[in-house]
Design a protein around this ligand. Structure first.
Ligand SMILES: Nc1ncnc2c1ncn2[C@@H]1O[C@H](COP(=O)(O)OP(=O)(O)O)[C@@H](O)[C@H]1O
Ligand SMILES: [Mg+2]
Length: 258
């Protein structure tokens, strides 16, 4: 499946974007508010199996007891497969952080605390992140020797059984008017080592141009998980071996292999 580019619909006035209409448009996917629910409409480049799998992952995430936006139905509108989920009133943490930049650290602490609550969950019926990465490495265009090294490296890492969202970034966390939170967009969820998910989130901040937030997030996540930076860097560092770098860039740019 190809990588898609986000085209966020700009807010006319603060908070207004989320009241009606299109929430997000990507190359081959649109997320809209529809009759008090959210409709994610997929284009033809998405495999039906991937869409059904996304709905399944959302359902499994809900079954862990975490506060999420529940899946309501999977449907076809004309030629388009869609997932309908509950609407959550509020603002994403990304919106909140953008509006109130001076309190960035406070929001990052909240963001890390929510991620830790996700890590505290597991599931009997969910695939493992290491297996997914193994498949991604096998399918990658990297030279054979590099793929071999990456497979070996991955085998030496702990598999883990923590719930790892896989796309944990502030656009996927909604803060309700009461101050509660919901985590949305569970298409990439797997079980794994929390530090791999931290490395992934760090990379997401970094790739979206929020380098200072990336560094602060990393420091706060290490503190919360009581680990040292190199423990996470083995999954993520730009400063370590090029192979680690390749693993994560690859991980970031290739969408799910189911
Ligand atoms: N259940 C929901 N309630 C409120 N807003 C939502 C909901 N689901 C998605 N959104 C809004 O739409 C955006 C895109 O939805 P998301 O499922 O994360 O799509 P994508 O997979 O393209 O990232 C979110 O960042 C959020 O602003
Ligand atoms: Mg999202």
């Amino acid at each position: 499946m190809k990588k898609t580019t986000a085209k966020k619909v700009p807010a006319k006035r603060s908070g207004q974007r989320r009241q009606t209409g299109v929430l997000l448009e990507r190359t081959d996917k649109v997320v809209t508010k529809d009759k008090g629910t959210v409709l994610k409409i997929f284009g033809p480049s998405y495999k039906v199996s991937a869409i059904l799998n996304e709905a399944m992952n959302e359902a499994r995430a809900a079954e862990t007891g975490l506060p999420v936006a529940k899946v309501l139905e999977v449907l076809k509108i004309r030629d388009h497969w869609c997932i309908r989920r509950e609407w959550v009133e509020g603002d994403t943490l990304a919106d909140v952080m953008a509006k109130d930049k001076k309190n960035l650290v406070r929001y990052l602490k909240q963001f890390v605390a929510i991620q830790c609550q996700v890590f505290a969950k597991t599931s009997e019926r969910m695939g493992n992140l290491a297996d997914k990465l193994d498949k991604q490495i096998s399918a990658s265009p990297l030279p054979k020797e590099t793929r071999y090294d990456l497979h070996m490296k991955l085998q030496s890492f702990p598999r883990g059984k923590a719930l790892c969202h896989g796309d944990f970034n502030p656009t996927n966390v909604i803060i309700t008017p009461k101050g509660d939170w919901r985590v949305i967009d569970w298409s990439h969820v797997r079980l794994g080592d929390p530090l791999a998910d931290v490395a992934r989130t760090y990379l997401l901040f970094w790739l979206s141009g929020h380098v200072a937030a990336a560094e602060k997030y990393m420091a706060l996540a290490c503190e919360a998980l009581k680990v040292k930076l190199p423990d996470v860097q083995k999954w993520s560092s730009r400063d370590q071996t090029p192979k680690n770098h390749e693993l994560l860039i690859h991980w970031a740019s290739v969408v799910d292999i189911e």
